[in-house]
Design a protein around this ligand. Structure first.
Ligand SMILES: [Zn+2]
Length: 113
């Protein structure tokens, strides 16, 4: 059983709070510091790691719904961390990536923000 198989059925959408389905999982990379170990994301090119992740349903992706929580998976438990309680990450840490791809800064970085 994969980590997604284990946790996604227990996880609710971080925007509308309906239960998620394993058929289509939308992981959203947030510009917030995670205070936990898993799941997190990062970028090895700019040496940034430990940023928070949210999971949202297809409908909330379509609506660009506002994300309320980031998710922590620990043991068998899902914990939800309100975004307002998490520290912001300065998007400037990703500026070196603009040198690799000139269109980088023109694109959107997800939903809800
Ligand atoms: Zn939703």
């Amino acid at each position: 059983m994969s980590v997604l198989d284990k946790f996604v059925p227990k996880t609710k959408c971080c925007a509308c709070e309906t239960p998620l389905s394993l058929e289509h999982v939308n992981g959203i990379c947030l510009l917030k510091e995670a205070t936990w170990k898993f799941p997190v994301w990062g970028n090895i090119l700019v040496k940034v790691w430990g940023l928070a992740v949210a999971f949202v349903c297809d409908e909330c992706v379509r609506k660009k719904a506002v994300i309320k929580f980031a998710v922590e998976w620990i043991g068998d438990e899902v914990k939800y961390h309100p975004l307002v309680q998490l520290k912001d990450v300065d998007p400037k840490v990703f500026e070196p990536l603009a040198r690799l791809d000139p269109t980088f800064q023109q694109r959107s970085y997800g939903i809800g923000g």
